[in-house]
Design a protein around this ligand. Structure first.
Ligand SMILES: [Zn+2]
Length: 419
């Protein structure tokens, strides 16, 4: 028995007090699919396996004890539990269930235990569920133009029949969402799929129609919400598919340039206030397009990013610090090659204060955990490279080095990718 097991068992016994407990769930992000009971003895055995794996792979330095293996094991339990049972609080974002799956699977991958904790059968079932959310084109629409609806939807909320193989044609009421396409591709790569069933031509054709005259992207056909977030999603999709036919890069670059403010950080669009999230989207998009050398005011931007650190990071001047900016700001600094300028000891102390006894992170100290802040907190910790047991992260895409290797070597795109 490993020393951390008793701590883990204590936390497992707290399940009944967990505000995100499974009793009120409506199934995991991959529902309808196989669901395992979270209270089963199988779960306890699996938790011991996490500890063994982490103990074997990590050497704990005295200075790095803020997140020892027994604490990370509680995080593993938190994310694994949410793959199986989503609490009722997530019902309102059922249309975005794919991104919830990405937070869970991405976190388990960062923790290095996705393939230890889940079975091959489970992972195969999840891959099928993701492909069942793919929206294929009609042969040709009435005007003879390619469909703007293709990609992935966030879940089966629209009532389409479940099929991971047959082509379910799109319609105006069942349209893909650009963020769900991004997170679906990321999940497929994390799960070890070879992407052979991804309809690359249809996705790039739809992307082309989502790009606006000013270079930004809207998330789905008919939406008037066009900004830096969705431009970033278009870049991640194009990068993962190794196919940039869906993006007019010059127009995208112009939009990024026009969204830079007097502070040299980026807003969601031209004339909008600089913000940590949109700045990450702009910097990561430039990086994925391999155009970071076109960034203006690099030193001033680095200054703005570094001055976001108080203990953790905030997203704008005079705002409170927030767990998620440990990723948005940290990843931006990493992409600019200056992460070593961050005070990581203070950052880790802040993240320790937002980490919860249930596993996962809240937005701030004392807050209950949620999946977005839990994933971002863990990713922020991974960027510090100061917590043994956490995988190295590709900060432009939000995939681990292991998943990047799979993308580059084990997918149908491997032969066409030069990296
Ligand atoms: Zn936040």
């Amino acid at each position: 028995m490993l020393p951390g097991s008793s701590v883990l068992r204590t936390y497992l016994s707290l399940l009944n007090e967990d505000p995100c407990g499974p009793k009120s769930g409506f199934g995991g992000p991959f529902s309808p699919s196989r669901v395992l009971p979270a209270h089963s003895t199988v779960f306890l055995v699996a938790s011991d396996a996490i500890l063994q794996r982490m103990a074997l792979n990590t050497i704990i330095d005295e200075a790095e004890k803020a997140f020892p293996p027994e604490v990370l094991a509680i995080d593993a339990r938190y994310f694994h539990k949410h793959v199986q049972h989503l609490p009722v609080h997530y019902t309102s974002i059922d249309t975005s269930r794919m991104s919830v799956a990405y937070f869970c699977l991405g976190a388990l991958d960062i923790l290095g235990i996705l393939h230890t904790l889940t079975t091959e059968e489970e992972r195969a079932g999840w891959i099928e569920w993701i492909y069942a959310q793919q929206i294929h084109p009609q042969t040709i629409d009435k005007a003879g133009a390619p469909s703007p609806h293709c990609g992935f939807r966030g879940g089966p909320f629209a009532g389409a029949p479940y099929s991971s193989h047959s082509s379910i044609p799109c319609n105006d009421f069942d349209s893909a969402h650009i963020t769900m396409t991004y997170t679906a591709l990321a999940c497929l790569i994390i799960l070890g799929d070879d992407l052979s069933r991804v309809n690359r031509d249809a996705i790039t054709a739809s992307l082309r129609q989502l790009q606006q005259e000013n270079g930004s992207f809207c998330p789905n056909w008919g939406s008037d919400e066009c900004d830096m977030r969705f431009l970033y999603c278009a870049c991640t999709i194009s990068f993962m598919l190794n196919d940039w036919r869906g993006v007019d890069v010059d127009r995208a670059l112009a939009f990024i340039r026009n969204s830079q403010t007097y502070e040299y950080a980026f807003g969601q669009g031209p004339g909008q206030e600089a913000h940590g999230g949109s700045t990450y989207c702009a910097v990561a998009s430039l990086s994925l397009m391999n155009r970071l050398d076109e960034l203006k005011g690099r030193d001033q931007l680095i200054y703005w990013l570094l001055t976001r650190q108080v203990d953790g990071f905030n997203g704008r001047p005079n705002k409170p610090t927030d767990t998620c900016y440990s990723f948005w700001i940290g990843a931006s600094l990493d992409l600019l090659g200056v992460y070593h300028l961050v005070d990581t000891d203070t950052l880790k102390k802040f993240l320790k204060s937002t980490h919860t006894k249930y596993g996962g992170f809240g937005k701030g100290p004392g807050d209950y955990p949620d999946l977005l802040h839990s994933y971002m907190g863990l990713s922020g910790l991974a960027i510090t490279k100061g917590v043994p047991g956490l995988a190295e992260l590709h900060t432009g895409l939000g995939l681990t080095a292991r998943s990047m290797k799979h993308l580059n070597e084990k997918t149908v795109l491997s032969n066409t990718r030069a990296m």
